[in-house]
Ligand binder design. Structure first.
Ligand code: URA
Length: 239
């Protein structure tokens, strides 16, 4: 059934009608690949409606998005210390969305938020965990011995870490950057692994979750997952 575009977009949970009107006026909404005009209607069952490239999700009441979390935000739904919450960066119209897994207050990057309880549960269950890739900046140099420890397993107080992958190691003055891909997700795992090999983390950013990449998403901004990304994520999570 055809419906006014701004009504359709707000019904998808992405933003309010008023915000949708602004996006339409800015030429950021498309129907089947052509730029839509204010006043148009579309049928989501027959036509592909996209806002800033992201396809609207109409087939269910669930919503899943990624946020590029800045440092200085926490990933719980409330905080006794009144610190800023990652969910404060999302429009209220989206309703309650829960962070899947945590990023520390001082960690930035890809945070998945969803109201799909089944997806969240599968993604955090140890038997289905998808890989997580971090861009890590440490003081000092990651030498071959350190790299080998990160890749084969570091003894932490909650046990030996699972095999991990290190790539793209590069020097930057007295510091060094590298990418670290983990198949598990323990509390403060990257910082603790680096501490254990004598390197202190000075910047930490999650850049990928499975094959879902942060890409060019600006800090503090979010985007709804495209249908294909959601399908792949569900498949990776064993759904
Ligand atoms: N590892 C950490 O140390 N911190 C995070 O926020 C995520 C992974």
């Amino acid at each position: 059934m055809k419906e006014r575009l701004q009504k359709l977009i707000s019904r998808s949970g992405l933003m309010s009608r008023r915000q949708a009107e602004v996006k339409i006026r800015q030429g950021l909404v498309s129907i089947d690949g052509r730029i839509a005009q204010l006043g148009e209607s579309a049928d989501p069952a027959l036509e592909e409606v996209r806002v800033e490239g992201a396809q609207l999700q109409f087939d269910s009441h669930t919503l899943t998005l990624i946020l590029n979390k800045p440092t200085g935000y926490i990933c719980t739904m409330n905080d006794p210390q009144n610190r800023r919450l990652a969910s404060d960066l999302l429009p209220k119209e989206l309703g309650r969305l829960y962070p899947v897994g945590r990023l520390d207050y001082n960690t930035e990057g890809l945070l998945l938020l969803t109201n799909d309880g089944e997806l969240a549960q599968h993604l955090t269950h140890p038997s289905h965990q998808v890989t997580k890739t971090y861009l890590v900046k440490v003081r000092g140099w990651l030498d071959d011995a350190g790299r080998n420890k990160l890749e084969t397993g570091v003894p932490l107080d909650d046990g030996l870490t699972a095999p991990a992958t290190v790539s793209a190691v590069r020097r930057s003055g007295k510091n060094c950057w590298f990418e670290l891909t983990l198949g598990e997700g323990r509390n403060r795992q990257v910082r603790r692994m680096c501490d254990a090999i004598g390197l202190s983390v000075i910047r930490l950013k999650r850049i990928a979750l499975g094959d879902l990449h942060l890409g060019e998403l600006e800090t503090g901004k979010f985007r709804v997952l495209q249908a294909t990304e959601l399908l792949r994520l569900k498949k990776n999570a064993g759904l």
